[in-house]
Design a protein around this ligand. Structure first.
Ligand code: HEC
Ligand code: HEC
Ligand code: HEC
Ligand code: HEC
Length: 115
């Protein structure tokens, strides 16, 4: 059965939309920002480059490693107080994808992320 002109147009639009989505993911644009950060402007974390910001950017809102360690004091081990020192947050936390516990490059701790 031949497609009506209207269906053909819809089909073409669908192909174009799929193509556009493909182009966006090829450019590596993230489709979401995790947690309470979802509505923050990109420039909050990305000043010049689209790469993981340094810990200072995160700490401008989150205070200090000491404050974070208080918040996670009930976790064993405390991910914010360890022999790794005050490392970059993004060694563990991802803001667009899935976080990973870098401690487990060497250990096998059972700590889970919300995202
Ligand atoms: C503009 C301020 C701001 C910046 C910059 C920011 N955050 Fe947040 N973040 C918040 C707020 C507000 C919350 C919700 C309240 C809270 O948990 O402190 C939050 C919550 C979180 C949470 C807990 C989420 C939850 O659901 O429990 C994590 C983890 C986090 N932020 C990590 C980071 C990391 C890593 C960075 C740097 C890449 C960062 N944040 C940068 C404001 C910010
Ligand atoms: C709260 C901080 C934060 C905000 C806001 C944020 N990003 Fe990111 N961005 C990061 C971090 C951290 C990374 C490192 C990779 C990761 O965590 O997933 C990153 C990485 C990227 C990358 C590199 C590709 C990748 O996924 O690794 C691109 C592109 C990017 N961000 C674009 C954006 C755009 C566009 C916005 C606004 C819609 C935005 N970011 C908002 C923190 C942020
Ligand atoms: C590059 C490898 C490496 C990474 C990454 C690493 N550790 Fe360790 N960690 C070690 C080594 C080596 C020891 C000493 C082992 C020993 O003597 O028992 C150790 C010892 C420890 C100990 C005391 C011994 C124990 O197992 O109870 C704790 C707690 C600990 N690490 C927590 C952490 C935390 C939390 C992180 C992530 C923030 C982390 N480590 C990341 C290598 C690592
Ligand atoms: C060694 C890995 C690691 C590093 C590095 C790290 N975190 Fe976390 N963080 C965790 C884990 C694990 C949790 C608990 C699981 C969760 O909330 O997703 C957590 C929880 C949090 C929370 C929520 C605390 C709450 O009240 O529940 C915030 C906010 C946070 N981290 C911010 C940061 C910031 C900002 C940095 C950098 C200054 C940082 N973290 C560095 C592993 C890490």
């Amino acid at each position: 059965m031949a497609l009506t002109p209207k269906l053909t147009a819809l089909f073409a639009a669908g192909v174009l939309a799929a193509f556009a989505a493909g182009a966006a993911s090829a450019a590596g644009m993230p489709s979401k920002i995790n947690g309470p950060h979802a509505k923050l402007p990109c420039s909050t974390c990305h000043k010049n480059e689209m790469t993981a910001p340094p810990k200072e950017t995160c700490l401008s809102c989150h205070g200090s490693y000491d404050k974070l360690a208080e918040r996670t004091a009930k976790l064993t081990p405390n991910p914010h107080f360890s022999h790794r020192g005050e490392e970059d947050c993004t060694n563990c936390h991802s803001l667009h994808g899935k976080s990973r516990l870098e401690c487990n490059d060497c250990h096998s701790f059972n700590l889970n992320f919300k995202w």
